[in-house]
Design a protein around this ligand. Structure first.
Ligand SMILES: [Zn+2]
Ligand SMILES: [Zn+2]
Length: 288
């Protein structure tokens, strides 16, 4: 998600209570702690962030991937991962930022520099967004996506894709340049047919709170056809809060709602699913 959407997201009411702890450790493969804790206008203090990470760990969410959307948040993400053992970082210029001209040579060079750091394990979120960016920004967005794919490959780390209303265009670019070894569709938003195309290319589908939404039967169908080792879960917090707290601010400690929904959809017992999600995350991002 983009920083510009955050002021709305953070003003939608009180934080929900934490759910019942998971029976085994699991993870949040995509969170924006800077926005979730600090909001749009300031970066949070270390002790505030540490409290949020501890609240997630208290319900079994012991591993987090903190995702940058621009140069400042990517630097912040890399620094958090360097100092906190529960956190790995992803760095990138968000597609909507790129569509607005942010993917300058200097900015991409900084993403490339950050991607070399030992606790930065993914390039993302990058991709295409044809919902918030109009046609005038599409060329710049695609050029940035291609540059980010090259950075992920150069450093041998994962690619985290943001795909909003751009399923065929994303596959066109990926098929043109080839997928990195580990590619994640963050907040997977397609149906079973699109899921099949992504899975056949070896990609991992990461499901957000949208999996729990009443009108998202197509997402549950997509999750149901995925092999167990090509599934991840995430919050994309502070966005996309799962049922029963939809409409309130999201946080990593709420991902158990989505894990439980995924267990129901896939028919995998909850403890086994938690173990599988952790194994998949460590395959994709490396060990924490
Ligand atoms: Zn996104
Ligand atoms: Zn995001």
């Amino acid at each position: 998600m983009s920083r510009s959407a955050s002021s709305r997201a953070n003003k939608r009411g009180e934080p929900p209570p934490s759910p019942e702890p998971l029976p085994a450790p699991a993870l949040d493969s995509h969170t924006h702690l800077d926005i979730a804790v600090g909001g749009e206008d300031r970066l949070p203090a270390d002790d505030e962030v540490d409290a949020e990470i501890a609240a997630a760990a208290a319900v079994g969410v012991t591993r987090l991937v903190q995702v940058g959307v621009d140069v400042p948040s990517s630097r912040w993400s890399a620094a958090l991962a360097a100092r906190h053992r529960s956190v790995l970082a992803a760095v990138a210029l968000h597609p909507n930022e790129a569509g607005a001209g942010a993917a300058t040579p200097e900015a991409l060079a900084e993403i490339d520099r950050l991607a070399a750091l030992p606790r930065v394990r993914a390039v993302g979120e990058t991709g295409l967004d044809r919902f918030r960016t109009g046609p005038e920004g599409w060329d710049a967005q695609e050029a940035s996506f291609r540059a980010h794919i090259a950075i992920a490959k150069r450093h041998g780390i994962a690619l985290v894709i943001h795909d909003r209303d751009a399923h065929p265009e994303i596959l066109r670019v990926l098929d043109d340049v080839g997928l990195p070894e580990h590619t994640v569709f963050h907040c997977f938003s397609g149906d079973a047919a699109f899921a099949r195309q992504c899975l056949d290319r070896g990609a991992v589908l990461s499901f957000a709170g949208t999996l729990t939404f009443g009108n998202a039967g197509y997402l549950r169908e997509a999750a149901a056809i995925a092999p167990a080792d090509q599934l991840l879960v995430e919050t994309d917090s502070p966005f996309l809060t799962p049922v029963p707290h939809r409409g309130r601010p999201n946080a990593s400690r709420l991902v158990p709602h989505t894990v439980r929904a995924l267990a129901e959809v896939t028919g995998i017992e909850l403890p086994a699913l938690c173990d599988q999600l952790t194994a998949t995350a460590e395959r994709v991002f490396g060990s924490w």
